[in-house]
Design a protein around this ligand. Structure first.
Ligand SMILES: Cc1cc2nc3c(=O)[nH]c(=O)nc-3n(C[C@H](O)[C@H](O)[C@H](O)COP(=O)(O)OP(=O)(O)OC[C@H]3O[C@@H](n4cnc5c(N)ncnc54)[C@H](O)[C@@H]3O)c2cc1C
Length: 338
């Protein structure tokens, strides 16, 4: 691993100032469950680590106001186990509880989870040997190098949102649930504080797949907020993976429903494991508005969610799998009482 300097500031303002002083070689580190991995693989090579875990008052969970508010350093496991979140917003609790393992969730933070990088084999080099970084071309790792995943072993890759330069899947579960629930992300940076709608945090790969997030250099996530809604009670996060104990999603769906009697007044649907960013299935949402949610209507909505999907060589199965995951999620959510 390349040598790096290490700082542990005790306030967010101090952390941002340290990042600004260090420049492009700086990285924030929270639980370290992704960043240390990438450093060991030689993919991330920071010169300055700014450990944010000593910042006081940045790990609180507040479910009392008109919004849920999760500070960036709250461990994933604590938010997953929160009684109010579990009862009123199962989609959020389930997305966290189905991510990684209990040990990882104890270390990992809800802020760090939003910025984890793709698990694409070619991005991560495939060999696991830092001295052979670059064995496989990857535009995300090295802009302009090419993409070995396109036409390669693409079973895990995206079927939605790919470009000619990148087909890597956005890996997180939590961002998918937050996307369905119209969450916002509070950040603090060299130019001050601002709030970003989660839908605007993630970029499509286009011709610049190395640019994954819309954060400006030095911007630090301080909190995530979620508007309160009755639809939270009729919600779920449904995830299909190769190994049930823990693994990233092959296909997942976050769903929340507003109902008037038997009819859906508004459906929120976001997809994971199938797209290059957390993916809002707006066409499927529109289709369900005003409908009774029968199994047939749910499956039709699932297929609508994948109408624009483009399979690669080995991942065509994700289209039917994903449609059925959406359908099953809708039927799980509708059976929950508001
Ligand atoms: C074996 C394994 C299995 C996993 N399975 C899953 C899974 O099924 N689903 C899933 O969703 N995730 C999974 N993960 C990923 C895991 O959830 C993430 O590693 C974790 O959430 C990252 O949080 P962290 O606090 O450790 O982030 P770190 O590793 O500390 O940081 C991650 C990134 O975020 C940046 N960062 C961290 N905090 C901040 C902040 N406050 N402001 C700005 N930037 C920040 C860092 O610079 C870094 O780029 C898995 C990980 C492993 C190792």
């Amino acid at each position: 691993m390349k040598p790096f300097a290490y700082l542990r500031p005790t306030s967010a303002a101090e952390a941002v100032a340290a990042f600004t002083a260090a420049g492009t070689g700086a990285r924030y580190i929270a639980g370290g469950t992704t960043l240390y991995d990438l450093m060991k693989l030689g993919i991330e090579r920071p010169e300055q680590l700014i450990d944010v875990t000593a910042i006081r008052g940045l790990d609180r969970i507040d479910t009392g106001g008109d919004r849920l508010r999760f500070e960036a350093l709250a461990p994933m496991s604590l938010v997953a186990a929160d009684k109010v979140v579990g009862r009123d917003y199962p989609v959020l609790a389930e997305a966290l509880a189905k991510a990684a393992s209990q040990q990882l969730r104890n270390m990992a933070t809800v802020g760090g989870n939003l910025l984890q990088r793709t698990r694409c084999l070619y991005f991560r080099n495939g060999t696991g040997n830092p001295s052979s970084v670059g064995t496989y071309p990857c535009n995300k790792r090295e802009p302009g190098a090419g993409c070995a995943a396109i036409g390669g072993l693409d079973r895990g890759q995206a079927v939605l949102g790919q470009s000619e330069d990148c087909t890597a899947v956005s890996p997180g579960d939590w961002p998918v649930a937050l996307t369905a629930m119209d969450a916002s992300v509070e950040v603090l940076g060299p130019s001050g504080a601002r709030t970003i709608a989660i839908a605007n945090l993630y970029r499509l790969p286009g011709s610049t797949p190395h640019l994954e997030f819309t954060l400006a250099p030095g911007e630090m996530i301080t909190a995530i907020t979620v508007p309160k809604t009755q639809a939270g009670r009729r919600s779920t996060y449904h995830k299909i993976r190769d190994r049930e104990s823990y693994a990233f999603a092959l296909a997942s769906a976050a769903v929340a429903l507003d109902m008037d009697g038997e009819r859906v007044t508004r459906a929120r649907i976001a997809l994971g494991g199938v797209a290059t960013r957390p993916w809002r299935a707006t066409e499927a949402e529109r289709m369900l508005a005003g409908q009774s949610l029968t199994a047939a209507a749910a499956l039709a909505a699932g297929h609508a969610a994948f109408a624009g999907a483009r399979p690669g060589r080995l991942n065509g199965f994700k289209i039917e799998l994903g449609a059925r995951v959406v359908a099953d999620a809708l039927m799980i959510a509708v059976r929950r009482s508001a």
